[in-house]
Every structure is written in structure tokens, then in C-alpha cells.
Write a new protein. Structure first.
Lengths: 301, 311, 342
């Protein structure tokens, strides 16, 4: 795909892709690389950094480095699941909202407004706790909660395309909606969605870490980056440096995801333009309700 | 278009009375009158062989412009877009775009070389001594502030008037630029006003601090022909009553011909022709000027009007 | 256009003034109406989903009160007590009318009034959130403004770098670092707990500063980025050139013209940031041992206390809606109709 190649021409794009690739590799191989059993306790509690314990041990004497590696899978795959769920839940109605008529448009717009207005960490905590404390539920719920971003991006890009002269020409020429979506809409929708996907991976990563930090989504002994931080919190007076490694990993991952989003935006130049077009398109149709927080949402986060 | 009547004098076959617009005849008469007295007063604006360069590419864009401007008189600069006329104006106002600079020559405003001005002195000078209006007037006014308040702001800051007085003065200015309902216009936003009204408001804001020089950079370009004539009349009137010195920049020879005593024709950064309006229009030496005039003749309405009126 | 109008009579001037007042009022009312149109469906939908949570979860007060070995009869009896045997929509209607009257029901775990319980925690959370907003706005505006005024210089680049750095720090990471360094390491601030403002401004501030700081990073980053962008864009506008040519000072141009137009998007960002702020309180209150709203939400959710969770969600939605309403009204005041929708 040409977009990938163009992203890789940018230094920032190369750095972002490299960092994310390393993190992804960690997620796949991490549990295998762990030098010790991440669940095995020992009497050597709260040990300092040493040759046998690269990052010391926690309050139960478990090897922190092994727990960090073992926990990477849940943390990384979790954010991917969130992003993909959001993608599916958001993009499809986003594109369809332009074509399926007023009622569908109104309903989906209100749904998106609602989801955006919800304090989603609070909702995620509530819903996940009530619906059963499983990682899959957690990811699905979180994905649904952040899906408005995709909905709006897809809708904006589709609207921009739908109002463009060449699509009108295609309609006049008798092309079907399906053909127009495949031929014209998809090409324009893809770059902003790629941007949103990268952003959502970053956001999803923060949410997953926050949830696992609270002990939501995973059962206690299983290690996660967020969980590691939570257990470090109780022993800060003994090991004030302990949160450093998981915190850095989380921050670097989020940073790389944001960097990737910026790089894609830079090479495609589509994301920004689509929103402007959307605003114009909406202004042209005064009968469309609610111009509230919509355009700003897409630009943010 | 009004000044075509003047141009039509050049062509021998022009029928008498071929410029029915009142504005046109007034302008022509004014120009004829004003071309007589020589510039004896000290110039308020003296531009001496100004050259403007792009600092980054080290390319000279404007290759030497000179003119003097005395109170009550008007200099016109004509040329196509990219000819350097706007850059010359911006240099005079001290607002050249980033990495452009006056690389040679000098500009004196009221006897002060602008190269010696500090940013503070520039701020004092602008508005109070030299001011400007531009094409697309709506964009030069703040869309979030009522237009009257923007005029009053200038009065308050530059003239040191109190809030109430400045409001009254702004209202007077709106009346002076012949807006029909100053009270209403005062409290409106730019998006509520038409292009012609906005240009009047912009002129009112520009003259609010009683400057001696007003630069009109394509000030009538985007306006309807009738509105354009009205604005040109307004500028002429302000010049007459307030003793303003005008610099009128346009790509349209007709606009310049209507108002100006002296005309500079610019092309690709070069002044290809300079002289009194009458001279330049009647005896153009440079082929480009001849072309401009010929264009007006061949596309002017007279061509179509003349046969019918004579027949 | 040739008529030079004489001084307008007082009556005429009053009429114009009245029209202007009506314009402003109309603008505010229109904003309010539009906000209501957006938020009423949001509120209905959110409360409905919230209420439906119980049916979806399959949780019951009987399990909490009677334990796992309860007989089906006992369960049915307890559920009937709570009115859970009635049709779903009837239950929803009862609950919804209660919500409209400020009654959020009673807790399954201890039978206490949920409105009261939430009220107790809200003071803590709102103190923290307000301080976080203040820090976020002040720092964000300062950084965004400095970056915009010194655009493309090293100051701009370092501000942008700093903003990027703090934008990738989740609230709980910041919280832990703050506790580790300022509370445990240096002992400058208390690491946990809360003191109401009645017991002294100093102690109150000392207890809420760290959690507020942890929450504010996100706000600082977003406000600074947004403000820098819109200020830089505003400086490119012609009206700035216009103001320069009229002889206004750079200071006046910034305060009176550029800031006025550039501030809208940053304010809108605040409206969008508020839900995240409320949500993140779950994490920060956990770290700093605050018995606030977020902590209550977390504890109730983990305990399966459905009415309490529903109450928390409803209150959070109301908070978000109110805050957005305020932001929209301010936006309507700052920007004229032509610019709305930015």
C-alpha cells in the first residue's frame, strides 16, 4: 500500500513504526522471553535491581522483569482490540449515515453525541464490573465507547465525497450506491480512518492500562502493566523507582501511536481537509440538527 | 464603467456624451483640474528608488519605485497581479510579508525615513499618519466584534478619547462615509453587511485617526461596478475635504484614471511608465501601457454603444 | 448614499439599542435551545442504557443480601420487595421520575439513600476537578499563548515538546509519579486523604493539589495545543493586518482581536475534556485515597450495587451536560453567529 510507504519516508513515521513494531513483538514473544515464572513468589521480596532480577522483585518476591514481559500481551493486544472494535462499530454506521436517510442519520448522530458526552472511564468501569469482569467484555465496551471518533471521521469523509461534483456526476450517470462507496468513498475515507485508528490505539492503551490499574478486566495474579503500577503504589517508600519501567513503556507506546497518527495525517493531508468540507456541507443543509460538539470532536484527542 | 468616458476621448471615433455615468464625468473633470497645479508643498510620502527583495531566495522582486505625494493629491499604481504594486504598498506601511525586505532606496513618511522607525514609532505612525484599505474588506475587520466598536477602538486608542466620545466620533465617521443608517451599522457584525458597506466601514476605520496618507490597495476590485464608482467618489471627496493624500493601487486602468494625478505602470517589478494621468493615457510610450489602453478600447462598452447612438 | 443623515433622534437610538439587546438575548436563547435539543436525547438514551444495565448484568439485591445459597423463593421475595418483578418499562418509568426529582433510590448493599451517598463524595470530586480545570486552563493558556507568540522559535519548539510529553502521560501514571516524588520522596504534600475546606484553606488545598495536578496534565496538553493552533491561525488572518494598519499596538491586537477569535476552539476543547476529567477521577481518587465520586463508582461497581452505579452514572451525565451548557453559553457570547460551529 502506498500510504504505508509514504509514512515510512518520514523520520517520525519510521520511528513510530519501529517503536510500535518492537512493542508488538514484545506482546507476541514477551511471555516466552520471561526469564522466570511471573507468578512464582519467593522470600526475596522488594529486592533491588540485580543480575538475577533485572528490575528487582515485588512485595511477593516475584520477578518484576518477568511480570513486565508477561503482562505486555494483555496490555498491547487489549488496546488493539479496543481500536478494532471501535473501528467496526464506528465506521459502518458513519458511512451509512450519509446514505440511509434522515431517521438513521438522526439516530446515529444522537448516539454518537451520547457516547461522547459520557465520562467513558467511569462508564467502562461500571459496565465492565456489572457485566462480568472479563478482558473481552472490557475491550468490547471500551471499543464501543470510543467508536464516535470513527463514526464522525467516516461520516465527515463520506459527506465530503458525497457532495463532490464527481460523485454527483456518477449518480447522474446511473451508478449504484454500492459502486460509489467502493469506487470513490473508500479511497477518501481510508486515510482519516488510519489516523483515527492510530489515535485510538493510543487512547485505548491509556484506557486499558487504567482499567488494569484498577484491577478491572483481569484476575489479580495475572500481570499487566497497569496492574504492576498499582502494586508498586503500595510500596513506594521502599521502591520509589519501581513504577518507572511500566510507566515508561506505557508512555512510549502512547507517544509512538500519536506520532504515527501525525505522520499519516501529514502524508495524506486528508484528515484535516475532510473536517472542513464536512462543516461546509453541514452548513449548506440547515435542516440537519445538532451542529454541537461534532466538528471539534474529530479534531481532538 | 465610469472612467471609460475619459479613455474614450483618446479614440477619435468616440461620440460625444458616451460616458453617461455622473461619477465618470465628475472624475474626469476633477482629474483635468488637478493635473494643472504643480506639487509645491512638501511631500507627505516620498518613495525613492525602492527595491524589495526576498531574503530567502535573495531575489529582487521590485526593481526601483519612486514617487512623491503631497496633501490633496493622488498617485496611482497600475499593473497585473504579481507586478509588485502591493509589495510596494506594504513596504510603505511597514508590513512586508516575512522574509521580504526593502533592500535599497528609502521611504519617507512626513519627513521621517521609515528605516529608522522603532516598532513603537511604527505603531504611533500607522493610523495617525498613514493608513490603508484593501480588497475583500470583510476579512480586514474582526468578525467577532461589532464594526462600530472597531472604529471606536481606533479613535479611543489613537485620539485618546473617552469611551462615550469615541462612540460618537465613530458614528460621525460612519456618517461621513455616507452609510445610510450609522446607528444600525454601528452595532452590526461583518457578516451582516454587504461588500460596499464593508468597504465604507473599512475606510471609516482607516481615517478614524485622521491620517494624512491613505493607501487604497485594490479597494474597489471585488465590488459591483456602481458600488465601485460610489467608493471612488467617496475617496475623491475625502481627499477634497480632509486633504488626504491617496495612493490608489489597481489592476484596472480605469479606476486609476478616474482618481489620480500621477500614474505608475508596473510590470514584473519594474515601473515601465510614469507620468501625469493625462500624459500616460494620451501618449503612452511603453508597449504594455499601450496594450492596457487598447484593451479598454476594444472591450469597452463604447464600441457597442457608439454605432447605435450615431445611427 | 448621498443623504447625510442628521443626528439620530433618541427614540431611534433606543430602538436600535433594543434590537441589539434582543439580538444578544435571542442568541443566548438559540444556544440554549440547541443545547437542549442535543442533550435531551443524550440524557434519555444514557439513562435508559444505564437502567438497562441491571437486566443485562443479571445482578440482584437478593444475591448480595442472602448470599449464594439462597432459595429461589427467598430470592423472589427480596426481588419483589425491590419491585424487580414488575415490567421493565414500569420500573424504568418509576426510576426515571425519581431521577427527575433527585431521588436515585437506595443502595443494595447497605440500604442507604444513594443521593446522600453521592452528595458526600461529590464535594471531594468537584474540588479536585475544579482545581484541575483551573490548573489546566491557566497553564494551558500560558503555554499555548507563549508558543503562539514565539511561533517557530526554540521557545515554541520546547513548549510543543513539553506538551507532547505530558499528553502521553495517563492520569494514573502522573499520579503515581507525583506521589513518589512530592509526597513520599520529598514529603511536601500529603500522599492521601481529604480535608474539607471548612477546616482551613491550606490543608484543603494541600490535599487536593496532587490529584488535581495529575488530572490536569491532559487538560493542559489539549488546551495548549488547541490554543496555539488557533492563535497561529488567527494571526494569519487579514483582520490582524487591518488592525496593524490602523495603528493598534501588538498588545492590544493580541488581547482584543487575536485572543478573542482564537479562544473559541480552546473553550470547546474544555467542554470535550470535562467527561474525561470526571472519568479519570476513578483512577486518581483510588491513588490518592479520596472518598469521592469516582471511588464510590468503582466500589459500587465492584460490589455489584446496581442502583448506586446507576446513580453515579446519572450524576456524571448531569455534570457533563451542565458543564457543556455553560461552555456553549460562553462560546455564544465570545463568537458571533457567523463563527459558531467551530
Amino acid at each position: 500500500m502506498t500510504m504505508v510507504r509514504r509514512v515510512l519516508t518520514l523520520t517520525s513515521g519510521r520511528i513510530a513504526v519501529t517503536v510500535l513494531a518492537v512493542i508488538a513483538l514484545l506482546a507476541v514473544l514477551g511471555p516466552l522471553l520471561a526469564p522466570q515464572d511471573p507468578l512464582a513468589t519467593s522470600d526475596n521480596t522488594l529486592a533491588a535491581v540485580s543480575g538475577s532480577h533485572w528490575l528487582g522483585t515485588d512485595h511477593l518476591g516475584r520477578d518484576t522483569f518477568s511480570r513486565l514481559l508477561d503482562g505486555s500481551r494483555v496490555s498491547v493486544l487489549g488496546s488493539l482490540e479496543v481500536a478494532l472494535t471501535a473501528l467496526v462499530v464506528g465506521v459502518v454506521p458513519g458511512i451509512l449515515s450519509v446514505y440511509l436517510g434522515r431517521t438513521f442519520e438522526w439516530i446515529t448522530l444522537r448516539l454518537a453525541d451520547t457516547l461522547v458526552a459520557l465520562p467513558f472511564l467511569l462508564f467502562a468501569v461500571a459496565v465492565i464490573a456489572l457485566l462480568g469482569n472479563g478482558i473481552t467484555q472490557a475491550m468490547l465496551v471500551t471499543g464501543a465507547l470510543v467508536s464516535p471518533l470513527f463514526y464522525r471521521v467516516a461520516r465527515a469523509a463520506t459527506l465530503a465525497v458525497a457532495r463532490s461534483p464527481y460523485v454527483e456526476a456518477a449518480i447522474i450517470a446511473g451508478a449504484s450506491v454500492g459502486w460509489i462507496v467502493r469506487r470513490h468513498v473508500w479511497v477518501k475515507v481510508l486515510p482519516p480512518i488510519a489516523v483515527a485508528l492510530a489515535q485510538t490505539i493510543g487512547v485505548g492503551f491509556i484506557i486499558v492500562s487504567s482499567l488494569t490499574f484498577l484491577g478491572i478486566g483481569v484476575q489479580p495474579p495475572a500481570p499487566t502493566w497497569g496492574g504492576l503500577l498499582a502494586s508498586d503504589l503500595g510500596y513506594l517508600s521502599y521502591q520509589p523507582w519501581a513504577p518507572l519501567a511500566p510507566a515508561l513503556l506505557i508512555m512510549v507506546t502512547v507517544w509512538a501511536a500519536n506520532l504515527l497518527a501525525d505522520a499519516i495525517r501529514d502524508v495524506s493531508g486528508e484528515a484535516g481537509r475532510a473536517f472542513v468540507n464536512q462543516r461546509r456541507a453541514r452548513a449548506d443543509r440547515p435542516d440537519t440538527t445538532g451542529s454541537g460538539p461534532e466538528p471539534a470532536t474529530t479534531g481532538g484527542a | 464603467m465610469a472612467p471609460l468616458s475619459e479613455l474614450s476621448e483618446l479614440s477619435e471615433d468616440a461620440a460625444p456624451g458616451a460616458g453617461p455615468s455622473a461619477a465618470g464625468t465628475a472624475g474626469a473633470a476633477g482629474a483635468a483640474e488637478r493635473s494643472a497645479p504643480a506639487a509645491t508643498a512638501a511631500p507627505v510620502l516620498a518613495v525613492r528608488d525602492v527595491r524589495i527583495s526576498d531574503r530567502v531566495t535573495d531575489r529582487e522582486i521590485v526593481h526601483g519605485v519612486s514617487f512623491d505625494l503631497t496633501p490633496g493629491r493622488t498617485v496611482g499604481i497600475v499593473g497585473e497581479s504579481g507586478s509588485g504594486k502591493t509589495l510596494t504598498c506594504r513596504a510603505t506601511l511597514g508590513i512586508l510579508p516575512p522574509h521580504f525586505e526593502v533592500s535599497a532606496g528609502s521611504i519617507e513618511i512626513g519627513g521621517t525615513d521609515i528605516a529608522t522607525l522603532t516598532p513603537q514609532r511604527w505603531t504611533e505612525l500607522r493610523g495617525a499618519t498613514i493608513s490603508a484599505v484593501f480588497q475583500d474588506p470583510s476579512s480586514y475587520l474582526n468578525p467577532s466584534i461589532r464594526v462600530g466598536a472597531q472604529i471606536a477602538e481606533v479613535v479611543r486608542v489613537k485620539k485618546g478619547l473617552k469611551r462615550r466620545q469615541s462612540r460618537g466620533r465613530a458614528m460621525e465617521l460612519l456618517r461621513a462615509v455616507q452609510l445610510r443608517d450609522p446607528e444600525l451599522v454601528y452595532s452590526q457584525y461583518t457578516h451582516e453587511l454587504s461588500g460596499g458597506m464593508l468597504q465604507r466601514v473599512l475606510i471609516a476605520a482607516a481615517i478614524a485617526a485622521d491620517p494624512q496618507i491613505l493607501i487604497a490597495d485594490e479597494a474597489t476590485t471585488a465590488l459591483d461596478v456602481t458600488v465601485q464608482a460610489e467608493i471612488l467618489d467617496l475617496l475623491a471627496e475625502l481627499r477634497e475635504h480632509a486633504g488626504l493624500a491617496l495612493v490608489v493601487v489597481s489592476h484596472d486602468l480605469a479606476v486609476v484614471a478616474q482618481l489620480c494625478d500621477e500614474v505608475l505602470v508596473m510590470r514584473e517589478g519594474e515601473v515601465v511608465e510614469q507620468g501625469t494621468t493625462g500624459e500616460v493615457l494620451h501618449h503612452p510610450r511603453h508597449p504594455y501601457t499601450k496594450l492596457l489602453i487598447a484593451e479598454h478600447e476594444s472591450y469597452g462598452l463604447e464600441k457597442f454603444l457608439t454605432p447605435r447612438e450615431t445611427s | 448614499m448621498t443623504t447625510t443623515a442628521e443626528q439620530a433622534p433618541p427614540a431611534r437610538r433606543r430602538a436600535v439599542a433594543a434590537t441589539r439587546v434582543r439580538h444578544t438575548l435571542g442568541r443566548l436563547l438559540a444556544t440554549l435551545a440547541r443545547s437542549v435539543v442535543i442533550f435531551v436525547p443524550v440524557f434519555l438514551l444514557a439513562t435508559f442504557v444505564t437502567f438497562a444495565l441491571r437486566s443485562m448484568s443479571g445482578l440482584s439485591p437478593a444475591r448480595i443480601q442472602l448470599g449464594e445459597e439462597a432459595t429461589p423463593e427467598a430470592i423472589a421475595r427480596v426481588e419483589a420487595q425491590w419491585g424487580l418483578d414488575r415490567p421493565f418499562l414500569a420500573q424504568y418509568w418509576d426510576w426515571f421520575t425519581g431521577v427527575l426529582h433527585g431521588q436515585l433510590g437506595t443502595s443494595w448493599t447497605n440500604g442507604a439513600d444513594i443521593s446522600t451517598l453521592i452528595g458526600l463524595g461529590l464535594g471531594v470530586s468537584l474540588s479536585v476537578a475544579t482545581l484541575a480545570l483551573v490548573i489546566g486552563v491557566v497553564l494551558g493558556f500560558a503555554l499555548g499563548t507563549v508558543a503562539a507568540l514565539k511561533r517557530t522559535t526554540w521557545i515554541d519548539r520546547s513548549v510543543t515538546g513539553f506538551v507532547t510529553l505530558i499528553s502521553v502521560m495517563p492520569a494514573f501514571v502522573v499520579g503515581i509519579v507525583l506521589v513518589a516524588v512530592l509526597a513520599v520522596g520529598l514529603g511536601v504534600f500529603p500522599s492521601a486523604g481529604y480535608v474539607p475546606v471548612e477546616q482551613g484553606l491550606g490543608p484543603w488545598l494541600a490535599h487536593i493539589t496532587l490529584p488535581a495536578l495529575a488530572l490536569s496534565f491532559d487538560v493542559v496538553a489539549d488546551v495548549a495545543r488547541q490554543l496555539r493552533g488557533s492563535l497561529v491561525a488567527a494571526y494569519r488572518e487579514n483582520y490582524v493586518t487591518g488592525a496593524v494598519v490602523r495603528g493598534l499596538s501588538p498588545r492590544r491586537i493580541f488581547l482584543g482581536h487575536v485572543l478573542r477569535n482564537g479562544i473559541g476552539p480552546a473553550l470547546a476543547t474544555l467542554g470535550l475534556k470535562f467527561p474525561a476529567l470526571v472519568g479519570a477521577s476513578v483512577v486518581t481518587e483510588w491513588i490518592f485515597g479520596l472518598q469521592g465520586f469516582g471511588r464510590f463508582a468503582n466500589d459500587s461497581a465492584q460490589a455489584g450495587d446496581v442502583p448506586a452505579v446507576q446513580g453515579v452514572l446519572v450524576v456524571s451525565i448531569v455534570l457533563v451536560v451542565l458543564f457543556n451548557l455553560i461552555v456553549n453559553l460562553v462560546l455564544a457570547r465570545v463568537t458571533p453567529a457567523s463563527q459558531r460551529g467551530v
